[in-house]
Design a protein around this ligand. Sequence first.
Ligand code: AHM
Ligand code: MG
Length: 336
Amino acid sequence: MDTVVIPKYSLDRDCTTLSRHILQQLNNYSGEAQDLSAIMARIGLAGKLIARRLSRAGLMDNVLGFTGESNIQGESVKKMDVYANEVFISVFKHSGLVCRLASEEMEKPFYIPENCPIGRYTLLYDPIDGSSNVDINLNVGSIFSIRQQEGEDLDGKAEDLLQDGRKQVAAGYILYGPATVLVYTMGKGVHSFFLDPSLGEFILAEENIRIPEHGSVYSVNEGNFWHWDEGYRNYIRYVHRHEGYTGRYSGALVADVHRILTQGGVFLYPGSTDKPEGKLRLLYEVAPLAFIIEQAGGKATNGRDNILDIVPKTLHQRTPVILGSPKDVDLVQSFL
Ligand code: AHM
Ligand code: MG
């Protein structure tokens, strides 16, 4: 009888799950490596729970629409925002890994006291990015950033979180699209994983992703054109008047940034006359994505400073942002 040869590559690939990949990346089995691997596995579980609920959104009660409340940013809260926020808390309960969580949906960090004696990590996250897309069945995402707790934080003020983006131990996003994709970095390149629904596991798709030097896409809400500084308006006039540019804007940062990471181009959310700091939050939206983009060979700036060098004064601080392919970010900056 002929021997059946199982292709080694596909089996190896199918077994390269998220948690195994972290251990491979760190190349050791230290306590820290085990912790990060376990944290990432729990973030993966959060992604699976959210993806499951989104996939059934139109079939279940109490998934679509607003709760009727406003969050700390004064924005109307959607039912999916609340669910996803709680999912991240739940997956870290009794984990001994994460002592604090800070998110767009909570004014102050949330402590999991039973984890705090040994859990030295904080998770910063946007549970549902682009939530206006939920009710119309379009792409949304989750963004996450892991930081080490510095000091004891005995007064519960979490002031050690007000540090620059280079303090991030790991960061990434989950994109809920036709497939669910998780992209992360630990400062050793950018790697993507697809959720295999039949296995219930995130399986390695691509390692060491590099962003193209230049791309044709510019991604910005042009509805704000007359609220921007002249420099941004001149950049938009430039791309309108030159061949080779195309506009793409989905209303979900994760989806737009994923397109740019893969195909090149630039994403912008400038400040405006009424909101000089723009819309997007530094600690749990922009800094994690800047970490990804920089690790992939791209650039991220607020127009003046590198995003990863900005030290926030408050937890929910906003920042203008330009990020993407190095040549396209430089082009935008040349107009500012
Ligand atoms: P959200 O986290 O409350 O959904 O807000 C963030 C979203 C981003 O995903 C997106 O890029 C931006 O807000 C869209 O805002 P606008 O409608 O002003 O263009
Ligand atoms: Mg949100």
